[in-house]
Write a protein that binds this ligand. Structure first.
Ligand code: IPM
Ligand code: MG
Length: 380
């Protein structure tokens, strides 16, 4: 292999991507669309089971809009690990085509093959979808009112180690190299979204998280660009932390209440949001929005839990993550009052002393039971 050439190709690819970002369109105004098409992708493992519950909840909430032809639901099959491995593609072409015909998507977890397991080592469907649809912002809210926690993470979703995660080079048996990408427009757009969110929602503080003391070029750029955007929002306090101490401070009961909005490069955001979700009751409770200007995709932040399916426990999997993602979807497409109602119902139904406590096992409630009780609350 000619490594200089491989490196040249990577640089060209990324420079072209930067030009594309610069030319991105304005965000879709859903109010102006004749019809909003919502695609539902089941995914793998427990995915189809929990996504079915979330789909059922959304369909009931939007039933009038569906009857009026303002909203259409489409089921998108085929984004399974079996199909992906067979086609050797992160997302099979026909599935991607269907996805691109939708405006927004609700997606169940999809299995990401690991080096050495039984599946062909295709790229993660999540990562591919984020890149394909240019879903640059991964917005992950975590709330634990009784602990005074109300955080919103803005995780950059297309760059960092994820941009070229499948294109690293094994130079020799002894040397492997991966590439970490941070771009100016890529950082600017996530920072701006975070500050705009803070401004609109009365948040007083935005925290930038990097490891710029060590990773000087890429994290240095991320920090500089975020600070330049911060300067346009003098009414909002900005601070910056390194990812290691930030990870510790999320566990510091006094300090953590002060954090509100966080901006992070992709990988740090991946890790820190799992830690944060654990404080909320586990990754099974957290939903997330993947936002671009043309498309948006809403999903759980956890994996497909194949072991639960193998052990016959899929019906007991917690659907609250995808139902929360569904509430975020409602809010994103302009149905804020439905979203508020649904968030409220989820919060009430998932309280530890609630009627339907999910344990992931037959001693707990099924996902369908939880969805039923959420719908009951929504109906009022
Ligand atoms: C997430 C997941 C994905 C990621 C995996 C499944 C590729 O952990 O959405 O946080 O790393 O982004
Ligand atoms: Mg993750």
């Amino acid at each position: 292999m000619n490594y200089t050439h491989a490196f040249e190709q990577i640089i060209e690819q990324q420079l072209a991507r930067i030009e594309k970002i610069k030319k991105s369109s304005e965000p879709v105004d859903y109010g102006k669309l004749e019809k909003i098409v919502i695609g539902i992708i089941g995914g793998d493992g427990i995915g189809p089971v929990i996504t079915e519950q979330a789909g059922r909840v959304l369909k009931e909430i939007l039933s009038e809009e569906v009857s009026a032809g303002k909203v259409e639901f489409r089921r998108i099959d085929g984004c399974t690990i079996e199909n992906r491995a067979a086609s050797g593609k992160a997302i099979p072409d026909d599935v991607l085509e269907e996805i691109k015909k939708c405006n927004v998507l609700l997606k169940g977890p999809t299995t990401t093959p690991r080096k050495g397991d039984k599946w062909a080592n295709v790229e993660s469907a999540n990562v591919a979808m984020r890149k394909e649809l240019d879903l640059f912002a991964n917005v992950r809210p975590v709330k634990v009112p009784e602990l005074g926690i109300d955080w919103t993470f803005f995780r950059e979703n297309t760059e960092c180690l994820y941009a070229m995660g499948s294109q690293g080079i094994n130079v020799t048996d002894d040397l492997a190299v991966d590439f970490r990408i941070i771009t100016t427009p890529g950082t600017e757009r996530i920072a701006r979204l975070a500050y705009e969110y803070a401004k609109k929602n009365g948040k007083k503080r935005v925290t930038i998280v990097t490891k710029a003391n060590v990773v000087k070029a890429t994290d240095g750029k991320f920090l500089d660009i975020c600070k330049a955007v911060a300067a346009e929002y003098p009414e909002i306090e900005t601070d910056d932390w390194y990812i290691d101490i930030m990870t510790a401070k999320l566990l510091d009961e006094k300090r953590r209440k002060q954090f509100e909005v966080m901006i992070l490069p992709n990988l740090y955001g991946d890790i820190l949001t799992d830690e944060a979700a654990e404080l909320q009751g586990g990754v099974g409770t957290a939903g997330s929005a993947n936002l671009g200007t043309r498309y948006a995709m809403f999903e759980a932040i956890h994996g497909s839990a194949p072991r639960m399916v193998e052990e016959g426990r899929a019906a007991y999997a917690d659907p609250s993550s995808v139902i929360r993602a569904g509430a975020m979807l409602l809010s994103h497409i302009g149905y804020q009052s439905y979203a508020d109602k649904l968030f409220d119902a989820i919060e009430q139904c998932t309280m530890k002393d609630g009627k339907h406590v999910i344990t992931g096992r037959p001693d707990g409630a099924t996902g369908a039971e939880l969805a039923d009780s959420i719908l009951e609350k929504v109906r009022g």
